[in-house]
Design a binder for this molecule. Structure first.
Ligand SMILES: C[S@@+](CC[C@H](N)C(=O)[O-])C[C@H]1O[C@@H](n2cnc3c(N)ncnc32)[C@H](O)[C@@H]1O
Length: 281
């Protein structure tokens, strides 16, 4: 029997999941400002029930939980066991009671009895094998006045932090073959018209897609930035699998490339995203 999203399931449960957890604080510093902008647009209210899709290590679930308060509930859903284990430990350590986590595939998990007020996602909805089916499925989790806001990467050419870094690393590492533009992966939703088509065909209404650009520091020094970004994007697993000599070459080449992005506060890249909102009505 074919398992839906098998490749992504393996990817996020194996080496990539462990790398993602090990980079948690760096990732959160980088994605935090972008996520906060999307949360502002979602406008979560006290007492609401919100589903956080592809919630990862749970940082956005925790931010959302502060808005909804003790009478609200955040459910984080994620396909990765190692990543969710980290998220669950954080809850216990911080004694947070209004979040729960489900380890499931959001494309196929039966969400029809949940009655959420809203859905949120920070870069967690670009990995579905069949996004049309997935967006129909997640819509079933909402009440009739429900809404969604998510943030995803826009045009890869406007995201040097990953595109340029992969190009540099590809001189030394064998990177996975390039995806077709719409295949599951960070840039599956880079086209405005494709997002619109998915949401429209899966029954969402009042769709708004806004290009949000922001400059963000990815590391205080060239060393920090290269150590971090060498483990992100398509080079993450090949980099981890390579020998020390190759790793050193990648790091040196990244540092050289990043020197033109160095400002007094650190290495700063320009990020380009879509913040997308839509409604059940
Ligand atoms: C790029 S990470 C983003 C994580 C988190 N939202 C953040 O901003 O830090 C993508 C997340 O989506 C999860 N994911 C991928 N496919 C999924 C699916 N079909 N259902 C649920 N989660 C999925 C991965 O396990 C991973 O944690």
């Amino acid at each position: 029997m074919k398992i839906i999203n098998q490749e992504q399931k393996e990817f996020w449960n194996e080496k990539k999941g462990k790398i993602w957890v090990s980079l948690e604080s760096n990732i959160d510093k980088m994605l935090g400002p972008l996520g906060h902008n999307a949360i502002k647009i979602l406008n979560p209210k006290s007492g609401e029930k919100i589903l956080d899709i592809g919630c990862g290590t749970g940082s956005t679930s925790q931010s959302l939980s502060k808005f909804v308060g003790e009478n609200g509930l955040i459910t984080g859903i994620d396909i990765s066991e190692p990543i969710l284990n980290f998220a669950k430990n954080q809850l216990e350590n911080r004694n947070i009671k209004n979040i729960d986590f489900i380890q499931e595939d959001a494309q196929t998990f039966n969400l029809s009895n949940f009655n959420y007020d809203a859905i949120f996602s920070r870069f967690g909805i670009m990995f579905f094998e069949d996004p049309f089916f997935a967006f129909k499925n997640i819509k079933k989790s909402l009440n009739s006045r429900g809404r969604i806001t998510f943030i995803c990467w826009s045009n890869r050419e406007e995201n040097d932090w990953i595109t340029l870094s992969s190009k540099v690393a590809s001189q030394f590492l064998e990177l996975p073959p390039k995806n077709n533009p719409r295949e599951p992966g960070p840039f599956a939703f880079e086209e405005y018209s494709y997002i619109k088509e998915i949401l429209t065909k899966s029954g969402w209404k009042n769709i708004n897609i806004k290009n949000h650009k922001e400059n963000i520091i990815v590391g205080k020094t060239l060393d920090h930035a290269a150590a971090f970004l060498s483990k992100m994007g398509p080079m993450s697993v090949p980099f981890e699998n390579s020998n020390e000599k190759t790793k050193a070459k990648v790091i040196e080449a990244l540092k050289e490339c990043y020197s033109k992005y160095l400002i007094p506060k650190g290495v700063e890249f320009h990020f380009s995203t879509w913040i997308v909102s839509a409604y059940n009505y």
